[in-house]
Structure formats: structure tokens, C-alpha cells
Unconditional design. Structure first.
Length: 262
């Protein structure tokens, strides 16, 4: 049965899947969507997969497709905070992956009243130098009508899987990224909350892979070390995409979220 989404404030939109306690899920880079008009297949699959893996009612929230240039991560987190206060009326568990993890971490710092527990997956307090550079380069190649498949695939996969990822990216031809995705890429260029990690009061789990060029182990370790009592799960040999799809990531998140206490 197709999932039906709805519009939130500031151009955000949400789709819900699964059963159990609520879990807000913020996905990573991608074109985004107005889920109130249509729920793309990939996002529906993501919502259902996270719901099944965590045994939760997942509220997947998409950033605006046309998020304006110059939008900061702090502003984006503020929009999410307003939506969560209206929707839940109290703190709720939040899980963010990749670019969504960036927003989730900022949300926990600036709006602690809305976050009960926090899972940050393949994200850290800043993006690596290579990650920032290659994200911008991929966007520029697309602007020029050139393929960014090889550059983009190198950020999410390695070895034979990178070849498959490059082929998948290549299927998109020279199609440009949505304005909201470009705005997020630009926003993370100067985003660094490392010095503020001590402000996160929610119990936190950080999940990353040891072969992730966007979030190398040293950044994941520094992030977990900077957040009071945070836990770190590092999956050896896993990259950006393979960490996201590794069943151990889901099991670690479910176990963490199911722990008793606030």
C-alpha cells in the first residue's frame, strides 16, 4: 500500500511507516521531496526499512526541495525543532543519517527540549576536508553538464562497489541536483560544531565505518569523545553506504533506543 505524506512548516514534509514508539528519521543527501504530493519509492523503502529494523513508528522528514541558497544548518535544525514541537509536544528519539545526521546533531545542540535520544549515523561534528571538496566538485561538474559519477561514487563506496555506485550515478546522466541539495552541500562547507559537542545533553550513539572518506574514524571518534557519555560503533572495513546498510548498524541503533530511562 503506498505511503501518504503530509506537509510541515517551512517546506519540510513527513511520511510515517511502521509500528511502535515514535522515531524521527532524517535522511541524507538526495533531491528531497514534497512528501505531501508524492512519496518517492526510495524514501518509502527507507522509511519502511528503518521502521522494520528499529521496530518503531518512523516519521521520515524531508528537507525542502527548493531550500534557498544561504540556508544554514542551524536554520534547518530550527525548522525541524518547530515541526517536532508541534507534532509530538515533547522530546522524541531522533536518528539522522549522513546529511540528516548533521541536522540531527545541530538539533540536539540548539533545541535539546525536542530530542530524547540521538543516533548519528555516518555523520560527525564536521565533514572531512576531502568530503567538502568533492561534494562541491560534484555539484560544479553537474552545473557544467558533466558527469560527477566517479567523484560522487568515491565518497560513498570503494572497490568493486564503487564501480557499481558510479554506474548507478551515471544513470542519472547530467541531471543537476535539486536546489535544496546544493544548499545543503554549501552549508556544510563551513559547518563545524566540534567545540560545541559538550552541549549535547541527550544520550547519543555515533555509528560510522572505518573506510568512510566523508566521516573518517578520527572525526567519528572525536565526535563521540566530545559528547558527554556518547557511545561509538565503528564498523571495520565499511564505507559510507555499506555502513548505512549493514545490519549491525540497525541492531546497534535498536538496542540503544530500546534502553530504559530518559
Amino acid at each position: 500500500m503506498p505511503l501518504q505524506g503530509e506537509r510541515l512548516n517551512n517546506g519540510l514534509s513527513v511520511v510515517t511507516a511502521g509500528h511502535g514508539p515514535p522515531l524521527v528519521f532524517l535522511p541524507g543527501l538526495g533531491p528531497g521531496a514534497d512528501l505531501s504530493a508524492e512519496v518517492p519509492r526510495a524514501l518509502a523503502q527507507s522509511a519502511r526499512a528503518v521502521a522494520t529494523g528499529t521496530r518503531r513508528t518512523v516519521h521520515l522528514i524531508c528537507r525542502p526541495v527548493d531550500m534557498p541558497a544561504g540556508t544554514t544548518i542551524a536554520e534547518l535544525a530550527g525548522w525541524h525543532a518547530a515541526a517536532l514541537r508541534e507534532r509530538f509536544g515533547g522530546p522524541v528519539d531522533v536518528m539522522g543519517a549522513s546529511g540528516g545526521g548533521v541536522t540531527a546533531l545541530q538539533l540536539a545542540m540548539d533545541h535539546s527540549d525536542v530530542v530524547r535520544r540521538l543516533v548519528v549515523s555516518v555523520a560527525a561534528s564536521r565533514v572531512s576536508d576531502r568530503g567538502r571538496r568533492d561534494l562541491l566538485r560534484s555539484a560544479e561538474l553537474e552545473r557544467l553538464g558533466k558527469s560527477s559519477a566517479w567523484v560522487s561514487s568515491g565518497l560513498v563506496a570503494h572497490g568493486l562497489l564503487r564501480l557499481a555506485a558510479a554506474a548507478w550515478y551515471g544513470l542519472g546522466g547530467t541531471k543537476r541536483r535539486a536546489p535544496g541539495e546544493i544548499a545543503l552541500i554549501e552549508a556544510v562547507q563551513q559547518w563545524d560544531v566540534t567545540e560545541r559537542l559538550g552541549e549535547v545533553s541527550a544520550p547519543t550513539l555515533v555509528v560510522c565505518g572505518t573506510r568512510d572518506p566523508l566521516v573518517p574514524p578520527r572525526l567519528a571518534e572525536a565526535t563521540a569523545r566530545g559528547i558527554p557519555h556518547a557511545r561509538l560503533v565503528l564498523l571495520r572495513g565499511r564505507g559510507h553506504a555499506t555502513t548505512l546498510f549493514d545490519p549491525r548498524s540497525t541492531r546497534a541503533a535498536r538496542s540503544f533506543l530500546d534502553e530504559p530511562g530518559e
